[in-house]
Design a protein around this ligand. Structure first.
Ligand SMILES: Nc1ncnc2c1ncn2[C@@H]1O[C@H](COP(=O)(O)OP(=O)(O)OP(=O)(O)O)[C@@H](O)[C@H]1O
Length: 413
């Protein structure tokens, strides 16, 4: 049997990037041969084994054939007769289909090295069309590698377009879409994921609420970039620039969905878009089965982002209402997440990328002050039931008012 290093580890080393997980492909072996050598089988769908010591993944060379739409519709064929070329042929991109022998020499039947040098994301073979998740992977690699100058090959985009037109992406199960979307959001340029999906028509099928933001104007005075879709992309890349966690990036993606349903007669103004956005965020989250933390934050940022921008104009009681809306007194981490998403929104505008966003510190300080109010004080004073809640609220408002005053005074000084 022969063993080759494949996939991301080979690609990233050629790009001079830090090493990540190593995947191996085994040619000329049976599951029994590997098990006899101490490899442990993992997963029931794939012929994959763990190395007895390194615990790295070794997959038997395999071919696969689509039998039905969707995730489960694949038939794998792994046998000692499957060649390395056959295994590489069913991989997604040429840059992911380079193998390295233990002696360091490369086997590169699909010219992945040339595409690495030319900075091209190109599909390996027509087999690409058999699994629609490859479109999402393509877009995700664009999000990762476009800062290095990578572009999607025209022929790959054309193939992706055909797949979308044939209804292929409609068969994707929500878990696979969310898995790719959530990974793509964590890449250095998440906007390239959305752009690639848009370029091949997949965005309209998977995230129509985002797709319809493109071409929707906003007031130029607030948004020099004008287009709502473009603003969303700028805000998203800002979230990557500020190294935000997943929930924040997802919230940034969906914060302006309400602008997609503004009545035409009201454009370019979007009065009330926050409220209109919430049910759309719900729809996306339900459809893609988005986990609780990002979906909750997405809803909250859609609903309250203008409050954050206007922090200094708000009455202390309104600041408290926002904090309560965030459930901040039980979920304190929400304050930093919410305000960071709002900063990405504010700085995700052409020419305003470096502007300061003091609203964040203000909200944090207002929360910290309000959180010092201790209900026990009012119990000791003899208050009962609803009276306690009201006293706590008033004390919190007072604390926030003090913060507001100091912040305003220091701004004047
Ligand atoms: N759906 C797929 N279709 C075709 N090939 C795939 C698919 N998923 C994975 N591969 C192949 O398996 C390899 C390993 O997959 P994996 O998802 O670990 O990505 P990777 O390229 O190692 O990148 P990452 O850096 O994200 O781990 C890929 O490089 C690719 O060759």
């Amino acid at each position: 049997m022969n063993v080759y290093l494949v996939g991301g580890a080979v690609r990233d080393r050629l790009l001079g990037l830090p090493a990540r997980e190593r995947d191996w492909v085994v040619v000329g072996a049976t599951p029994q041969t590997l098990e006899a050598q101490g490899f442990q089988p993992v997963g029931k769908d794939f012929p994959v084994f763990l190395h007895p010591e390194t615990k790295e993944e070794y997959a038997l060379a395999r071919t696969e054939r689509k039998t039905a739409p969707g995730y489960q519709g694949f038939q794998f064929h792994a046998s000692p007769e499957v060649t390395l070329d056959e295994d590489l042929r069913r991989r997604d991109l040429t840059i992911n289909a380079i193998a390295r022998k233990p002696d360091g020499s490369l086997i590169d039947p699909f010219n992945g090295v040339a595409d690495l040098h030319a900075r091209i994301l190109r599909h390996v073979s027509p087999a690409f069309a058999e699994d629609p998740v490859r479109i999402l992977r393509l877009a995700r690699f664009a999000a990762r590698f476009s800062p290095l100058g990578f572009q999607v090959a025209e022929e790959t985009l054309a193939l992706a377009r055909q797949m979308v037109a044939a209804g292929e992406v409609d068969a994707l199960v929500p878990e696979r879409v969310w898995q790719e979307l959530s990974r793509a959001l964590m890449e250095p340029r998440p906007s390239a994921f959305i752009r690639t999906l848009r370029d091949c028509g997949a965005l309209a099928r998977l995230l129509p609420e985002i797709d319809c933001l493109f071409g929707v104007p906003q007031p130029e005075a607030h948004h020099p970039e004008i287009d709502t879709g473009l603003h969303t992309l700028l805000a998203l890349d800002m979230s990557a620039h500020l190294r935000a966690e997943l929930s924040v990036r997802f919230a940034v993606l969906v914060h302006d969905l309400g602008k997609g349903v503004t009545p035409t007669a009201e454009l370019p103004s979007h009065r009330g878009h926050e409220g209109r956005g919430v049910p759309l965020v719900d729809a996306v989250c339900e459809r893609l089965r988005v986990p609780r933390a990002p979906s909750d934050l997405g809803r909250l940022v859609a609903k309250f982002h203008l409050h954050c921008h206007r922090a200094f104009e708000l009455k202390p009681s309104t600041v408290l209402k926002v904090l309560e809306g965030l459930d901040a007194f039980r979920r304190p981490e929400r304050v930093a997440q919410f305000t960071l998403a709002c900063e990405c929104d504010a700085r995700g505008r052409t020419g305003l990328e470096s502007q300061p966003y003091p609203q964040r510190a203000f909200f944090e300080a207002a929360y910290a002050a309000a959180a010092t109010v201790d209900a026990r004080r009012f119990v000791e004073q003899g208050l009962r039931g609803a009276q306690i809640g009201e006293a706590v609220r008033q004390a919190r408002v007072k604390e926030i008012a003090t913060i507001k005053e100091t912040r305003t005074t220091s701004a004047i000084n």
